[in-house]
Design a binder for this molecule. Structure first.
Ligand SMILES: C[S@@+](CC[C@H](N)C(=O)[O-])C[C@H]1O[C@@H](n2cnc3c(N)ncnc32)[C@H](O)[C@@H]1O
Length: 343
């Protein structure tokens, strides 16, 4: 049972994160040249107060689950304070390049074949207008700051909502018997949270980016309980029905439609019957109709070539098109968390 001090520590940590990244967001807006207004129709958008209230509700929900004993309070995930500050500086130093790309002045930096030969063309792009796409140590060092700035400090909390359906599914199971996989684990934030909550699980993270996997290893540390491998979501290097748990966060909206379908089919293929698949990704059109305009604007301000297609679909119905049945769906601020079981 968490103590009042645990509650205070949790609240202080989340508040400090939100303030820190909201400060970055505000400073960034001053530094970036305004983009021309989009010349296509935009749906309704929420005001700042509504967004803030919704983000607060996300943290309150997490705390209620911690109090109920579903999973432990999150521990602070690295890096060390000096490195944390260095990354903040790197983020601001990189902003002019991001801005130049947003205004169409830095194109074709990642032409097919010149960097990362062997990787698919759809992957070799400057997603989010970020420098080097997914393809360098520099990009891997900046990614967590960029994402937290975008979500004003709530990105980790959204990822951690995956822990709620996992905790329910784990009841009556021994965590030491669980073999789990994070598909497109990136810099390892969700993997690190899973490992922190249930250190007995045997986990693997796969991703196409060697630099991002390197960052994940630094975050998680050397442990035989968490393996990291270079592999593609659409061709998972696991046998049929060999895994108890499959998770994935913020991957599917980055994939072209046919690769996304193949990735979901692969998650279904490798999951055991009664195994759990939990996907965290952006909300989609109609989830919160009064926020639909945000989904129109996002791919315009942040290079997201497949996002507009992703948001017109429905994560909840993609699973059942394979051998996955819907268990639960939670809207968590700007994300949703869909849990499915292999039938
Ligand atoms: C938006 S990031 C999400 C990373 C992480 N899951 C998170 O929550 O931050 C997308 C990640 O998916 C990886 N990725 C993109 N396409 C992939 C594919 N076809 N197979 C495996 N990884 C892929 C990228 O390298 C990147 O690390």
């Amino acid at each position: 049972m968490p103590s009042p001090l645990d509650r205070l520590t949790y609240a202080a940590r989340q508040t400090a994160r939100v303030a820190w990244y909201a400060g970055h967001y505000a400073a960034g807006r001053r530094l970036l040249k305004p983009m021309p207004k989009p010349d296509f129709p935009i749906g309704p958008t929420p005001g700042r107060a509504e967004l803030t209230a919704n983000m607060r509700a996300l943290f309150e929900r997490e705390w209620r689950d911690i109090e109920a004993g579903l999973f432990p309070a999150p521990r602070g995930l690295g890096p060390e304070p000096a490195e944390f500050l260095r990354r903040s500086l790197l983020y601001f130093r990189d902003l002019p390049q991001v801005d130049a790309r947003r205004h169409g002045k830095l194109d074709d930096e990642l032409p097919p074949g010149t960097q990362a030969d062997g990787l698919p063309d759809y992957y070799r792009q400057n997603f989010h207008f970020q420098s080097d796409g997914w393809l360098s140590d520099h990009s891997a060092a900046l990614y967590d700051t960029q994402v937290e700035v975008l979500f004003t400090g709530a990105a980790d909390a959204m990822r951690r909502r995956a822990l709620a359906p996992i905790a329910t599914w784990l009841q009556g199971r021994n965590q030491r018997d669980v073999r789990g996989l994070d598909v497109g684990c990136g810099t390892g934030r969700l993997l690190a949270s899973l490992h922190g909550a249930w250190p007995g699980m045997k986990l693997t993270g796969i991703d196409l980016s060697a630099p991002y996997l390197g960052e994940a290893r630094r975050l998680i540390g050397r442990t035989a309980r968490v393996k990291l491998e270079e592999a593609a979501a659409e061709a998972l290097p696991f046998d049929d029905a060999s895994l108890d748990l499959v998770v994935s966060s913020f991957l599917l909206h980055e994939l072209p439609q046919e690769i996304r379908g193949a990735a979901i089919a692969e998650m279904a293929r490798v999951a055991k019957p009664d195994g759990l698949v939990v996907i965290v990704d952006s909300i989609q059109k109609g989830d919160r109709p009064e926020w639909d305009g945000l989904l129109d604007l996002f791919p315009y301000y942040f290079h997201e070539p497949y996002y507009a297609d992703y948001v017109t679909g429905s994560l909840e119905s993609w699973g059942p098109a394979t051998d996955l049945a819907l268990v639960s769906c939670e809207h968590a601020f700007l994300s949703k968390v869909v849990a499915l079981t292999r039938v």
